[in-house]
Design a protein around this ligand. Structure first.
Ligand code: HEM
Ligand code: HEM
Length: 231
């Protein structure tokens, strides 16, 4: 493995060792919060607060782990070719830093308007970075089956749902209507986390090691044929 290959596995590594264990903890605490409230189960009074605190870490970590994937994909391809000028690369770096700053701001601000604005800015930042030609997307057409198998679009949707959780935290805590919306949104997020595990491992299997790339570029992927290697 070369340095570039190690960079490419940072995102899957963090997803497996950080995000998925956190999903388990947060989902379990969420269910206990509901059991405590609805069924009056004898559980510690801090269950709801713990769920919300761990949930905040989960939501922020998902966005950061996706930002890392986007940075690796864009930088490794853009820096290796001469198609992008220095100005375009600086603009992309600023967009990446701006998205991260908007996430940090979202974790700090209190007012509903500010929370809504910063969550939207963070999500738009992710969409802008994801729209770059370096980022591989199976399809951009929701009418094609490939769109629904795309690791990119599943990831962007999870980020949207996690940002919604972060932005609406006080409302979820206080209002029944928002709690119901929260449960529906996170039932969908749980399914998406599972499908991301599948599409992510599939992509990992399909991405060759850096030194194998030039040879594999000569292959015809639709015909599934490669030129025979001369010794
Ligand atoms: C795996 C993802 C998640 C699942 C399955 C989940 C599930 C739940 C459930 C079942 C409840 C109880 C609702 C009720 O009492 O009727 C709840 C409450 C809540 N959730 Fe989540 N949630 C998730 C992620 C998050 C995240 C990421 C945040 C914050 C950033 C969050 C913040 C809250 C808050 C503030 C409450 C209200 C707690 C209380 O009543 O004390 N959740 N969640
Ligand atoms: C927490 C759930 C996950 C989310 C939200 C997520 C999201 C994303 C996004 C948005 C990208 C950039 C677009 C792309 O290149 O396709 C990406 C890249 C990638 N993901 Fe994930 N992913 C998750 C979990 C996983 C898992 C579990 C694996 C494999 C074990 C994985 C493997 C990859 C690979 C190989 C890439 C290519 C870029 C890179 O390695 O940095 N992902 N992911």
């Amino acid at each position: 493995m070369q340095a570039m290959d190690w960079l490419w596995i940072i995102h899957p590594f963090l997803a497996v060792t950080l995000i998925y264990p956190l999903v388990g903890v947060v989902a379990r605490l969420g269910l206990q919060t509901r059991q405590r409230r609805v069924q009056k189960a004898k559980l510690p009074p801090a269950t709801g607060r713990d769920h919300s605190d761990w949930g905040q870490w989960l939501a922020a970590a998902v966005v950061v782990v996706v930002l890392i994937a986007l940075a690796v994909v864009i930088a490794s391809k853009a820096l290796g070719s001469s198609e992008r000028g220095a100005t375009a690369l600086i603009a992309l770096l600023l967009a990446w830093l701006g998205t991260l700053s908007a996430l940090v701001a979202l974790l700090r601000v209190q007012g509903a308007g500010l929370r809504l604005s910063f969550s939207l800015i963070t999500w738009l930042g992710l969409l802008t970075l994801g729209a770059q030609p370096e980022v591989f997307r199976l399809s951009d057409n929701p009418l094609e089956p490939a769109f629904w198998q795309s690791h990119y679009w599943g990831g962007v949707l999870i980020c949207g749902l996690m940002l919604f959780n972060l932005a609406a935290r006080p409302e979820i805590l206080r209002q029944l209507r928002w709690r119901r919306l929260h449960i529906a949104a996170n039932a969908l997020a749980a399914l998406l986390f599972i499908s991301q595990g599948l599409s992510g491992t599939r992509d990992l299997l399909e991405i060759p090691l850096h030194w194998q790339q030039p040879f594999l570029n000569q292959c015809n992927w639709s015909e599934r044929t490669c030129p025979s290697q001369s010794r």
